[in-house]
Design a protein around this ligand. Sequence first.
Ligand SMILES: [Zn+2]
Length: 423
Amino acid sequence: MSQLIPPHGGKGLTICLLEGADRDAELKKAQELKKVEVSQRVKGDLIMIGIGGFSPLTGFMTKADWKGVCDNFLLADGTFWPVPVMLDVNKEDASAIHVGDEIALYDPEGDKIMATMQVTENFELTDDDKKYECEKVFMGEGTPTADEFWKIAKDDHPGVQMVMAQKPCCLAGPVKVLSEGEYPTKYAGIYHRPAESRKIFEERGWKEVAALQLRNPMHRSHEYLCKIAVEVCDGVYIHSLVGNLKPGDIPADTRVKCIDALVKGYFVEQNVVQGGYPLDMRYAGPREGLLHAAFRQNYGCSKMIIGRDHAGVGDFYGMFEAQTIFDKIPTPEGGQALLCQPLKIDWTFYCYKCDGMASLRTCPHGKEDRVLLSGTMLRKGLSEGTPIPDHFGRDEVLDILRKYYAGLTEKVKIKTHKAAMGD
Ligand SMILES: [Zn+2]
């Protein structure tokens, strides 16, 4: 009997990925079905649904699910879920597809049929609906009015831009996933299905596992967050985003090497597991923090490390909004509630006077004594060849990053903002 936290939703891991002969038969059938092209975001969502990462979701959301998630963080059946997971299609496709039809979902970039789907609902999401979703999902607490939000969000909020760019119709229904894309081969040993990470944790006898969300190379602040978690849990799962990146991001294989070097040199290896997951960022700020916790629960983690400005976007959110949102979400009965709890940690930094890593809760000294750590600042410094302050990162990690930047032929300008001082 597993000691780990049960998957989200109370239905176990709802795996929708077919394998072996079942997969071959479904793929053969799929050749005859109407093909609908999917975006890279939908592709990531499909893989997560397939491997049980999005349990209890078994397909794309209905209009009622969408509304419930936007308004109350609840699916139509009353289960907690923080962000819409929609299959958007163009009008032409939507008008040719009817409720009850079976369709094939096709990834044009990988030239691959990703899944089949039984259509249970076919509906429009108008521009007004999308605006409604953006205000509910992306607007931070500190934003005075929706008008103020839109003034900045329409040009500067990548999450808002993605939702507004979605095609005008949506299809809902359960899916049978037929491919995990390039992830199992490209990230062999790192890419885990939730059942696999759970098995690793069980073999180590872990019960309480904390997840660290990572999309930047690990610097000292990340290391410190992990070490706090190791002190209070049985182990830590360093879980990196290996989905699509934006220009200027450091590729996953380089980040994986950095984590390996850090774990080898500075951790008790038995207490740490490294993994990767196939999603893109949704840039949903605090709500994305909730999504991180929900899918980490499926991977077997009972705690989600939430530091300063977790999943922040520019200056859209308060520094600790991704922590406090956990106290404001509904708590339906039993397994329908989010069980994975946040491990809330204050702003952390290296302090010369403390002579070590500290946080606003432990260090009484001033700004001038502290080295503020930020992934964005680190990337900017490395990219522009300016010196990296002492105590910013471990030498082994910086060496790997310097080699990566030295090999780049095209430099990308890194934009900094207020929040970049500590992400
Ligand atoms: Zn101090």
